[in-house]
Design a protein around this ligand. Structure first.
Ligand SMILES: Cc1ncc(COP(=O)(O)O)c(C=O)c1O
Length: 360
């Protein structure tokens, strides 16, 4: 079997053991004579996987009982619309921290559904940091403050969650399950699963149950958090393969020490790469404010930007895939999610040091 060092920003590298288990169990699930993805989503065997997945999410993320855990298709992108549809029914306003491309998109959809404004924007300083709490402008009548805890494209992380008077809504697509969540400060947390958790196909959405009652009847059924609250009576056919694979990743995470271990690993592995950037005598540079450097998406440039194409082509010749930065920002980006093996990070820093020696 050939495995490359895959630093894709999403879909992500999954643990090989998870892929192998899936492959082995795929044709005949639990001696049923059919694949899990061929059976009814109302079958007992699938139901057990579904509920175990929800249980593992609750356990690993320490989700309190007054939060509903919902598995919703449409990815994190659909949540950009669902959040304001469900929370802004009473004509109140929504504040957004715009720390990069994803915050910008969330605000744009928020503004289409309701009255949304930027509590802060990093556009003026080229999206290089997240704001301190004192920098946020929260206007009267604000229902929630939307944050993107980690801007996947810019590689910018919110180092500390805010303690604002209004509840927060968090897009945590690229760092949930790799850092603890202070649930008391949130009404909703969501994220697409294809980074730290599994293959693409849905978002996991954590919703404070007390807000379900006030969701307007005019919200279409599939788009209402009230519909997805009861995971015993599924709203429609769920993305069964994604949920099954996510279940296996969650088991793998639990056996590997859970979120605390994932957090420590993310800190250690990202520091290794940042150290390589900082110690290369100006050969590499990180465009992100040091306090806000992402632990999962490491964006870096070469001082000589003309050499970046050579970096990428040499990297590819050495089995490193998906190191090219997002097309909107350029440069390089190494995405280091939970499932990426340590060997890939070690190989990357060796390659970077060697490249700097040869071309510096
Ligand atoms: C922070 C963030 N939010 C939202 C999205 C969009 O997610 P999806 O593709 O699941 O809709 C992404 C995807 O990369 C992301 O990184």
């Amino acid at each position: 079997m050939k495995r490359v060092h895959n630093f894709c920003a999403g879909p992500c590298t999954l643990p090989v053991s998870v892929l192998e288990e899936l492959a082995e169990e795929l044709p005949d699930f639990g001696n049923s004579g059919m694949s899990l993805i061929e059976m009814s989503h109302r079958a007992e065997a699938y139901d057990a996987v579904h509920h175990e997945t929800l249980g593992l999410l609750r356990e690993l993320s320490e989700v309190p009982d007054d939060f509903s855990i919902q598995l919703i298709q449409g990815g994190a992108t659909l949540q950009f619309a669902m959040v304001p549809m469900n929370l802004l029914d009473d004509g109140r306003r929504a504040a957004y921290v715009v720390g990069g491309s994803w915050g910008k998109k969330a605000l744009a959809d928020g503004g289409k559904v309701g009255d949304a404004y930027a509590a802060w924007s990093g556009a003026d300083d080229g999206f290089t940091r997240m704001p301190a709490e004192e920098e946020l402008t929260l206007e009267p009548g604000t229902r929630y403050l939307h944050i993107t805890s980690n801007e996947t494209i810019g590689g910018i992380r919110l180092p500390e969650f805010y303690r604002t008077d209004v509840p927060m809504v968090g897009d945590m697509s690229s760092d949930y399950l790799s850092r603890p969540i202070p649930w008391d400060r949130f009404d909703v947390v969501y994220g697409g699963v294809q980074k730290n958790l599994g293959p693409a196909g849905m978002a996991v959405v954590f919703v404070r149950t007390s807000l379900l009652e006030s969701i307007a009847e005019t919200v279409p059924a599939y788009l209402s958090y009230r519909t997805h609250h009861d995971q015993d009576s599924l709203a429609n056919t769920p993305p069964m393969f994604t949920i099954w694979a996510t279940n296996k990743v969650l088991h793998w995470m639990k056996a590997s020490g859970g979120v605390a271990a994932m957090q420590k690993r993310a800190e250690q592995r990202s520091s290794k790469v940042y150290r390589t950037i900082d110690e290369a005598d100006g050969f590499y540079r990180s465009p992100v404010d040091a306090a806000c450097r992402s632990h999962t998406n490491i964006v870096f440039r070469l001082a000589d930007e003309g050499l970046e194409a050579t970096f990428i082509s040499e990297a590819e010749a050495n089995q490193f895939e998906n190191l090219k930065g997002h097309r909107s920002v350029g440069g390089m980006r190494a995405s280091i999610y939970n499932g990426l093996p340590d060997e890939s990070v070690d190989a990357l820093v060796d390659f970077m040091s060697d490249f700097a020696r040869r071309h510096g």
